[in-house]
Design a protein around this ligand. Structure first.
Ligand code: PEP
Ligand code: MG
Length: 424
């Protein structure tokens, strides 16, 4: 089937900011639609998200230029191309953009087209998206990391660590994992209320109470997990995303009222890992602190999953540098950090070859599009983070994964096997 028309429009994301939605029309009448998410604690080397900067529209955050690039530049070039040649189309997008950071046409313009092409192809073949992406081998659900307490840039003035996630690895299926996490989430609300904390939620749907420290956040979550009837370290584990680039300046980490060196931060994490059932720490140190990351990996790389988000930005060349230097042991995968499906898959392949795990991620500004749920199963990514158990744009991904699990006769949920090395 060939592409007949490409359309783009401005829609809103979960923060009420404009974002781009793309539709790809085929000659057989199939339509593929995809919407692009947007980050807040972005890595400085992410592909460029094109914004109009017209102060009269959306305070300068409009995406009309990116839309014009899709309609006037990209669209005409794709007419008549086979929708099944994803790689060829993505390479064409990269060439049309013509810059290393996608600033020519905008990574948001490119990714919207790249994802809508995959969707249209799946629709044309009458296949679920995960099946189109993964073929007959797609049969494994990811372990979810659910962000139940939001701090850092995702909530106003509470604790410095951005994400406190529960990992229901002890479940025997994805849907059981979701149920367990939802029960813990509701119990956490009760516990916070008893402590007279606010139960309003942050950008990713986790609670955003004014806790005094990250340790208090961890202990409150573990208390809620136990009260909900689960055993921390057996049923429920923890994952953190400090997003440390956000509290790093001039070589110092300004953390919980103290100025800390990278080594002191590593000691702090070592203590947390020792005391609590933490299986994963993402962006424990800042994106430019490669020496610090080496210390972190040397000290904790055998004890906990160390995920690089801001430091690698889903970029194969930067990840290669990390692999060469022995930095981290896992990579966060965000499609809009690099801009096309083909490049995202290249990063994932590279990670696997080097023995790094992969964690697929939403952005803090999301849409109702559930593309990443299908992408997680299609690529057998292993783990996914899509926020909390409130806010529909987050839950939509978990719900789609439960639908996929139901359609698979022999669905595999990796569960605790994912963290076997780290569980004591
Ligand atoms: C999802 C994240 O946040 P954002 O989308 O704001 O970068 C993250 O840092 O992992
Ligand atoms: Mg992160």
């Amino acid at each position: 089937m060939v592409i007949k028309k490409v359309h783009a429009r401005e829609i809103l994301d979960s923060r009420g900011n404009p974002t781009i939605e793309v539709e790809v029309f085929l000659d057989d009448g199939s339509i593929g639609r995809a919407a692009v998410p947007s980050g807040a604690s972005t890595g400085s080397r992410e592909a460029l998200e094109l914004r109009d900067k017209d102060p009269k529209r959306f305070k300068g955050r409009g995406v009309r230029k990116a839309i014009a690039n899709v309609m006037e530049i990209i669209g005409p070039e794709l007419i008549g191309l086979s929708v099944f040649d994803q790689e060829f189309i993505d390479r064409k997008l990269i060439i049309l953009d013509g810059t290393p950071d996608k600033s020519g046409l905008g990574a948001n313009a490119l990714l919207g087209v790249s994802m809508a092409v995959a969707r249209a192809a799946a629709v044309s073949l009458d296949l679920p998206l995960f099946r189109y992406l993964g073929g007959v081998t797609a049969g494994e659900l990811p372990v979810p990391m659910m962000n139940v307490i939001n701090g850092g840039r995702h909530a106003d003035n509470n604790i410095d660590i951005q994400e406190f996630m529960i990992v229901p690895a002890g479940a025997s299926s994805f849907s059981e994992a979701v149920r367990m996490a939802a029960e813990v989430f509701h119990t956490l609300k009760e516990v916070l209320q008893e402590k007279n904390y606010s139960t309003s939620v942050g950008d990713e749907g986790g609670f955003a109470p004014n806790l005094v420290s990250s340790k208090e956040a961890i202990e409150t979550i573990l208390h809620a997990a136990s009260r909900a009837g689960y055993v921390p370290g057996k049923d429920i584990f923890l994952a953190l995303d400090p997003a440390a680039s956000e509290f790093y300046s001039d070589g110092i980490y300004h953390f919980e009222g103290e100025d800390m060196t990278a080594s002191q931060m590593v000691e702090y994490y070592a203590d947390l890992v020792q005391k609590y059932p933490i299986v994963s720490i993402e962006d424990g140190l800042a994106e430019d602190d490669w020496d610090g990351w080496s210390i972190l990996t040397e000290k904790l790389g055998e004890r906990v999953q160390l995920v690089g988000d801001d430091i690698f930005v889903t970029n194969p060349a930067i990840l290669q540098r990390g692999i060469d230097k022995g930095v981290a042991n896992s990579v966060l995968i965000k499609l809009n950090q690099i801009g096309t499906i083909t490049e995202t898959l290249a990063t994932m392949r590279l990670a696997r070859k080097a023995g790094y795990t992969t964690v697929l991620s939403h952005r803090s500004g999301e849409t109702e599009d559930t593309f990443i749920a299908d992408f997680a199963v299609g690529t057998q990514v292993g783990q996914i983070k899509s926020g909390s158990l409130s806010r529909s744009e987050r839950v939509a991904k978990y719900n789609q994964l439960m639908r996929i699990e139901e359609t698979l006769k022999e669905a595999v949920y990796p569960g605790v096997e994912m963290y076997r090395k780290y569980i004591r």
